[in-house]
Structures are given as C-alpha cells and as structure tokens.
Design a protein around this ligand. Sequence first.
Ligand code: ZN
Length: 170
Amino acid sequence: MLLGSVLVLNATYEPIHVCRVRRAVTLLMKGVAVCEEYTGHVLTSPSTSIQCPDVIRLKRFVRIPLRQKSFSRTQVFVRDEYVCQYCGKTFGSAELTLDHVLPRSRNGKSSWENVVTSCKKCNERKADRSPEEAGMFPLRKPRAPAYPHYYFHVRGSSGHRESWRKYFYI
Ligand SMILES: [Zn+2]
C-alpha cells in the first residue's frame, strides 16, 4: 500500500505520477497544484495544520511523452486486475495465462484489443474457438489502457487506493 503517497493528476485529470506527501504539500503551497481529494487525516507542524492530500492536480498542463510501453503479459494482467475475464475469479500470475479472444489460428493478433487475462482452466475450455463458438465472452471489452506506463507504475507495481480508482477509468 502506498502510505504517504499522493496521486498527481495532470491539469486534464489524467494520472501522471505518484509522489510523497511532503512533495504534494509543497506543490499545493506554491500554488502549482490544487487538491482534489483528501485522505481525512490532518498533518500538523508547530506552525500550522493542514488536511493531508490524497490526490492533487497540476494547474498547468504538463506534456508527458507517451512512451507507449510495449504490450506485455504483466501489463495485460494489470489492466485486467488479475481477474480471469471468463470466470471472473482473481488469480496470482502463476495461475494466469493470456488468451487470444480471436485465436491466433484465425489470425487473431497479439494486441491489447485481442488479448485478455484468463485462468488456465478457462483457457483450456475455450481452446481454439472464437467467443461465439465457445459461448465465452470477456467480461470487459479488451482495449489499450490510455496511459500504459502509468498503469504499470501506479497500479501494477505499487498497488493503488480505492480513492484513486476513478481516475483510471475516465
Ligand atoms: Zn477462469
């Protein structure tokens, strides 16, 4: 869990970074950012006390180079939140596989739009069939995450808070 971390949004509400509380408070004090969410805790120092920020947003738009992270197994698991897209159960990465919604044998591509997280059992059951033939459809229509690198850094490696969730599903 990211205790003491603050989600930083661009002026356009897109998540761009995670920083320490101290840094977030500095940005707020300088008037560079505004607070979007508070944690409910109060930070006190000898001279002042302020609400602890949970999510802040930069006032000015910062252009972020969209380094499109290459499509990978882990990133697909992260996007699907480690939930098998067929049975809806959560698994560890050892139990998970990638399933081509339209099988490779039918020219299904290895892309964000055609690959979903599937447990081994469901993958075996679906086998080389299309969703229609198998009667198995992904829970969520697969698509490329809007900000793949932040997806990975913010959500994948460090976990995320419930209060941050909505900013990843705009
Ligand atoms: Zn499954």
